[in-house]
Structures are given as C-alpha cells and as structure tokens.
Design a binder for this molecule. Structure first.
Ligand SMILES: Cc1ncc(COP(=O)(O)O)c(C=O)c1O
Length: 422
C-alpha cells in the first residue's frame, strides 16, 4: 500500500495529522516523505525517553529473542521481576505491591476494582475535567469532554464529580479555589455519596487532558486529610503526569502527599503497551485472586522496555533535565504571554506545561489555539491541545530535549503566533 487507505481506517480514531510516520529518533519524528518534525507531543506523553532510545530498543530486542510472552498467571518471567525491582526504587515506599496491564484505562479500572474489594464500598469521587479512559467504567469516571460519553450513556453508576481546583478558570486566588473545592468535596460526602459507601477519591495530581492544571498547594493534602478521616482511599492517576514528566518521578511528590494506590502507563515503557496498579500490600491482599487480570498484562517485552526505561532515565539524569528545560520553557512562554495577550495563562510543572488561549472578553480561544498548532506543524513542530474547549496548547517534549530544541520550538511558536495575527 503506498497511499493512506482512509476509507479502510475507522473514523472513530479522531485524526490530528495525516503524516505517515517512518521513524523516530530522540525528539524527532520523520515522515515517509523525509520531513523532520520536532515532536513535542511524545505520542500523547508516552515517549518520555525520546523516540527509539537505544537502551530501550536494545532491551526490547534482547528480550524478544528470548521470550515474547510468558503469561503471568502461568509463569513468572525475569523482566517482570526486574521491572518491579526498578519501580520499587522510584515509587513511594509504602506502595509495595504491583499489578500490570496494558493500557491506562485498564489500570484505572483495575485500581477502582481494587479499591472496591479492599474497602467493600461501591462509590468513587472523581474531579471535574479528569480523563481516566474510554472503557465502560472509565467513561463514567471521565469528565474532560462530552465526546467521551455522548451516545454511550447511561454509564455505570457510582461516580460522583467534585470540582478540580482550576483557579484560572474560576478567576479566584489559589487560596479561595482550594477552600471552595475542599468544601464541595465535603458537601458531596454529606449529600450524595456517604463516606461509608465511598471507596476512593481518584485524582490526576496534575490535570492532563482536562487542561494541564496544577492544583494549588493545600488541595491534595486536604483530600488526604478527608480520606484519612473517613477511611477512603486516595488513588493518584499518574498515567500522564508520572514517569518523570513533571521533574519528579510522580507528580504527587511535588505536594508531599502519599497515595494509597497509584496508576501508571504511557511513559512507563517508552511506547510499548504497559500499565500498572501499584498499591499498599495490605490492600492488594484484599483483592480476590482471579477477580481481575488479563492475558497480556505484564508482557515480557513490555516489562523489559519498562525496566530499561527507568534505568535510562536515572543514568541520563532525565528528571533533572525535565526540571531545567521546564524552567526554561516556562520562563520563555511567560515572556511571550506579555507579548501576545491571547495567551491567558501559562502553567505547569517540569515538562508538563499548558498555554491557555483566551479571548479579550475571557472566552476560550479554541480557533486561535488550533490555528497556531496548525501553523507550528507546517513549520515542523508537533504540538497538541487539551482542555474542555481544546484551547490549551500542551508542551510535552521528551525529557531528553535539549536547550537548542526548546529554543527552536519556541521560535516556531512565536512565528506562528505572529503569522496568525494574534
Ligand atoms: C491521566 C490519564 N488516565 C488514563 C488515561 C487512559 O489511558 P489509555 O489511553 O492508555 O487507556 C489517560 C490517557 O490519556 C490519561 O491521561
């Protein structure tokens, strides 16, 4: 096949470009026509080590030649043990039991099933704007856009939505926003889901698909206190914000809060399908054997890629680079904000940064954000948007990005803002 057979591909895959990707190397993606793109999408936050990191590729090749599939209900395999060993060095020490599956949605669904067995309670509190996946249950936990649920409702019950502390949207100070949002969680516990039937609060420590929103200080610790007071579990969905993306291994570390359960996926295996539920042993002990699982979860090649990913990130100081490059990006984007008033807000942690486009009368400037992203692509920079109105441009380069590449991306973005008359 030499042309793209659009009629043979399901339209349910919403399409951002029609590029035929030939290969990837570090921060670059190459089209079949030879065009080089600076990839600041990382395949939606997956290729944190860059495309085809040599150490990860070598681990995949070596493992593929030895054992592709060692089904985890039937046998143990070495890459699984190695991955657990590596993860133990980076996750909060209190999380000491590991379960693996393939996708982020599967991990979230697994985490909620675990919380239900461990607490014998049915309900989950989620936060406005969150994205947790597109399977049956995770659709019910997702409130970032109606497209993820319209036409599929009614969805499984038991999910209750509290506001996410999105201070810029509310137009309040950080303190006012935190106080309001914590009060609303308490109201939910008083009016809709009683504490004794609430198994967990499930939260993205930095809101991803919902708009790259960083919760102000005091919010996550406030949730922790509420959870402790009522025997509710705190689940951190680190699928997008984890694996070094924010300059720490996991975003929740920025807030000094300890989750009971954590979900990981995306960056964990540099592009191979792998996700995990990581929890306290005593919780995992309550998860009835056989009540959850899957044929491919903990695949040998994916686990080898995961272990190699963690080693490469540590050996090459990628978290430190994420902090340095993130600070540079943030500083330069804030300077551009002063020049282009369409950029209403610049926010983020490490290399998880959002620039929210807002019109002069305070409305989401979706068309402007789309136009800038399109102009950037035409000039060789790949960016994605996010947020309910897709008016936030996300900056998620690989954690190996260099200063020169950050400067190149900023120059393309600046040219696009100018060309779009913003
Ligand atoms: C925070 C978060 N949770 C869950 C998911 C779902 O992951 P997947 O698309 O692998 O099912 C995503 C995907 O974007 C995500 O960002």
């Amino acid at each position: 096949m030499t042309t793209i057979p659009e009629s043979l591909v399901s339209p349910v895959w919403s399409r951002i470009t029609t590029i035929l990707a030939e290969r990837g190397e570090g921060a670059y993606l190459y089209g079949a026509d030879g065009t080089r793109y600076l990839d600041f999408t990382c395949g939606i936050g997956v290729t944190n080590t860059g495309h085809a990191h040599p150490k990860v590729v070598r681990a995949i090749q070596e493992q593929a030649a030895k054992l592709l599939h060692g089904q985890v209900n039937i046998v143990y395999h070495r890459p699984l043990l190695e991955l657990i060993d590596e993860l133990r060095t980076i996750v909060p020490p209190s999380l000491d039991a590991f379960f693996f599956s393939n996708s982020g949605a599967e991990a979230v669904e697994g985490a909620v099933k675990l919380a239900r067995h461990a607490t014998k309670r049915p309900n989950v509190i989620v936060f406005q704007g969150s994205f947790h996946g597109r399977t049956g249950m995770t659709m019910a936990l997702t409130t970032s856009k109606t497209i993820y649920r319209a036409g599929y409702q009614p969805l499984p019950s038991g999910a209750f939505v509290a506001p996410y502390p999105y201070a810029y949207r509310y137009g309040w100070t950080a303190e006012e926003t935190v106080a309001f949002c914590l009060r609303e969680v308490e109201l939910l516990l008083q009016t809709q889901t009683a504490p004794w039937e609430t198994a967990a609060m499930l939260i993205e420590p930095v809101l991803g698909e919902g708009g790259y929103v960083v919760p102000p200080p005091g919010f996550l610790s406030g949730l922790r206190k509420l959870c402790d007071a009522h025997g509710i579990l705190l689940i951190a969905d680190e699928i997008q914000s984890g694996m070094g993306r924010t300059g720490e291994w996991f975003a929740i570390e920025h807030f000094g809060v300890r989750p009971d359960i954590m979900t990981v996926a995306k960056g964990i295996a540099s592009g191979l399908p792998l996700s995990g539920v990581i929890a306290r042993r005593e919780l995992m002990d309550a998860w009835i054997p056989g009540s959850h699982g899957g044929t491919y979860g903990g695949n040998a090649v994916a686990c080898a890629a995961g272990a190699a990913t963690i080693r490469a990130m540590r050996e090459e100081g990628m978290l430190e680079n994420a902090r340095r490059m993130g600070a540079l990006l943030m500083e330069r984007l804030r300077a551009m904000q002063a020049e282009f008033p369409i950029i209403g807000d610049v926010r983020g942690l490490g290399l998880m940064i959002g620039t929210e486009f807002t019109t002069a009368d305070g409305k989401p400037a979706k068309d402007a954000a789309k136009a800038v992203v399109k102009a950037c692509l035409e000039n060789g920079l790949m960016l994605l948007t996010c947020g309910a109105w897709d008016n936030t441009v996300r900056w998620i380069p690989p954690l190996i990005v260099t200063e020169a590449q950050v400067e190149e991306a900023l120059a393309i973005f600046h040219t696009a803002l100018t060309a779009c008359n913003l």
